[in-house]
Design a protein around this ligand. Structure first.
Ligand code: LAQ
Length: 371
């Protein structure tokens, strides 16, 4: 253990003293396997570090294991619809960040009780089954007799039925990564409430999640806390792949170490990526406003309202006004703030009289309730 600590200190000092970038560090170490642990608990910074390693590190003769955790976050897959996958009003109210990752698959919840493990390899060496063997092996190293196994869809389940880990992957031209979660002691109540969408009536060909009953490993064995699990995974990884590299702690916000990483984090955080990359969808919402039966139909492309139709009895609101309102919403982002701005402008410039204003406001409240 002493040599490990010395090596870690050596690595840290070297990185700092020579202001070397992580890339040169990778090139210089000559290690074929490295274990990195993030000091950040920010979902965007950690996903950016994944992007950075994937895009900038030569993984042809090198493998990297990256261990990381986040404060509460909801993470949707690359081809998913966040409105369909989670309770966005609750997510916003609780100040929980929503992230879209670059890998496919379903939506998961993260908090500090959830460990994330990323296996970077060349595309040739990409092997999810073997990686999951490292994870289950690490768990049984800590808790012999624990009944964990990998399923056909690369989940890890406890006692044959409770999911403790979900998997996703990104395969580039020559490099690849496989990342998975591990529920040690996450907030399961928050997990299930944020992953429940309040909306029905969304139609699209976005990837749907596959919900499963979940459990925390710590409920099974108190030895399975996040820090112990991360250490055990690192140790098992080195044994499985025959590496003896040091465990290096990295702060993914340090631009000097990873030139370009802050831009990568900013891109991941942008509205255009998180919401704008949602596959085209349509939403139908029937509702009753002041006794009138109304149906809202919207087509949303690139996160922006492409077409809006409101089926409203003509004696409730004049057809011309309804058409003008729908036109005012076309081209606006499918987002409460932007719709509020558009409807306010519409009411200021187009509407006359308290009756129309009140009815439009009531329509507006129903429309934003699905955003
Ligand atoms: N943290 C976590 N771990 C395991 N299972 C979870 C988690 N959160 C939610 N779930 C359950 O999985 C389903 C979704 O399963 P589904 O199979 O649809 O999706 C996944 O598993 C994706 C895993 C992505 C892993 C990445 C690794 C680093 S960044 S995120 C959800 O509805 C819940 O029932």
């Amino acid at each position: 253990m002493l040599w490990r600590t010395l090596l870690r200190e050596f690595v840290k000092t070297r990185l700092v003293r020579h202001s070397s970038t992580l890339k040169t560090f990778f090139d210089e170490t000559g290690q074929s396997g490295l274990v990195l642990k993030s000091t950040s608990t920010d979902i965007f910074e950690n996903l950016a570090l994944e992007d950075w390693i994937h895009d900038r590190v030569d993984l042809q003769n090198r493998s990297v294991l990256f261990l990381w955790r986040n404060t509460p976050a909801v993470v949707v897959g690359r081809h998913q619809n966040p409105w369909h996958e989670c309770n966005l009003p609750l997510v916003r109210r609780r100040g929980i960040p929503l992230a879209r990752r670059r890998s496919g698959g379903g939506t998961v919840f993260h908090d500090l009780g959830n460990v994330n493990i990323t296996f970077f390899t060349s595309k040739k060496k990409y092997d999810r089954r073997r990686n999951l063997g490292v994870v289950t092996g690490a768990l049984t190293d800590l808790s012999p007799g624990l009944n964990v196994s990998a399923t056909e869809r690369f989940d890890i389940v406890l006692d044959g039925g409770y999911k403790v880990s979900g998997t996703a992957a990104k395969l580039g031209r020559t490099s690849a990564y496989h990342h998975c979660t591990l529920l040690c002691c996450a907030d399961r109540t928050l997990l299930s409430s944020v992953l429940k969408s309040p909306y029905q009536g969304i139609k699209s060909n976005a990837t749907p999640s596959v919900p499963s009953p979940v459990k925390n490993l710590l409920d099974e064995d108190p030895r399975l806390d996040p820090s112990a699990v991360m250490e055990a995974v690192a140790a098992r990884y080195n044994v499985e792949f025959g590496f003896d590299g040091p465990l290096v702690t990295v702060d993914p916000s340090v631009e000097a170490l990873m030139p370009g990483v802050n831009k990568m984090a900013a891109d991941l955080k942008s509205w255009e990526w998180v919401y704008g990359k949602t596959p085209k969808f349509s939403i139908t919402l029937p509702f009753v406003a002041e006794g009138a039966e109304i149906v809202l139909d919207m087509d949303v492309k690139d996160g922006t309202i492409e077409k809006c139709l409101l089926d409203i009895p003509h004696d409730w609101l004049p057809a011309g006004t309804v058409d003008e309102l729908c036109s005012a919403l076309a081209g606006v982002r499918f987002c409460p703030k932007e719709v509020a701005v558009a409807v306010t402008a519409f009411m200021r410039t187009t509407l006359q009289g308290p009756d129309l204003t009140r009815k439009t406001h009531s329509l507006y409240e129903n429309v934003v309730s699905v955003m």
